[in-house]
Design a protein. Structure first.
Length: 255
């Protein structure tokens, strides 16, 4: 804060600005309000949050001493200049997260992982994974800025178009593997178990294990189990196609 500005401000106002500056420097964020938190927020933090919100409104509306050129406005502007992240809109934050997703894919050629996929996932990657999952849900439901024709939806659709594999469900991938097994059988007259095609051989062994254990989509009466049984009974016949489920439906069933 400018010494001259601080010197010319009322003592109480300077005190509040100093408290806000100290809080932001310490916690790297703005003070929380009750409305945005599930847990109890300390009284002093609530008071500071209320003061910040009131001053921000005054700044935007140019009221209560916050008119252009006023000392109070200059004081508040100096604080915003020190912390430009505080003036970001939700759209700015969304675009930054989207850029992080694109950069992550370009670097790793995959989506960020969650803790169910592997241990010790970096915190930043977990945050990006949660963001991706939330946006995918918004995209499917056309909510939270993902309505038809919106900038967010167009950007997200462009990302999906560049990476069509992201829209495939586990059932889609399972059916693709079975179709490859079917083609292998038509060419060789046998299943690819212990064959030179290591990918299909490993997949068939996994399906056999799941079938015997009645696990991982191979439970009694499940679509995958019935389709596999039909294929093994008449391997030359066209493969039955699984009914479509969304990725969200699959994830809910696996929880």
């Amino acid at each position: 804060m400018s010494l001259l500005l601080a010197f010319t401000q009322p003592a109480g106002e300077t005190k509040w600005m100093s408290r806000l500056e100290t809080y932001v420097q310490t916690h790297k964020k703005l003070p929380r309000s009750k409305q945005n938190q599930k847990k109890d927020v300390p009284v002093e933090e609530l008071q500071l949050s209320k003061w910040w919100g009131h001053q921000r409104d005054n700044y935007n509306k140019q009221t209560e001493g916050m008119t252009d050129g006023s000392k109070r406005r200059k004081l508040f502007q100096s604080f915003l200049d020190l912390h430009p992240e505080l003036t970001k809109s939700k759209e700015d934050e969304w675009n930054e997260s989207f850029q992080k997703l694109e950069t992550f894919w370009a670097t790793h050629n995959r989506l960020p992982r969650n803790q169910n996929q592997t241990k010790d996932v970096p915190a930043e990657e977990l945050q990006l994974q949660n963001w991706w999952k939330h946006q995918r849900t918004n995209f499917n439901k056309k909510t939270e800025g993902m309505t038809d024709g919106s900038d967010r939806r167009n950007l997200f659709q462009g990302f999906l178009d560049k990476h069509p594999e992201l829209t495939k469900t586990k059932d889609d991938l399972w059916m693709e593997s079975l179709q490859q097994v079917h083609a292998f059988f038509n060419e060789t007259g046998k299943l690819p178990i212990d064959s030179t095609n290591k990918v299909l051989s490993r997949w068939m062994k996994e399906q056999k294990s799941n079938y015997l254990k009645r696990a991982t989509g191979m439970e009694e009466g499940s679509p995958r189990r019935l389709i596999l049984e039909a294929f093994l009974t008449k391997p030359n016949a066209p493969v039955t196609v699984l009914g479509k489920r969304t990725r969200e439906e699959e994830e809910k069933e696996s929880e």
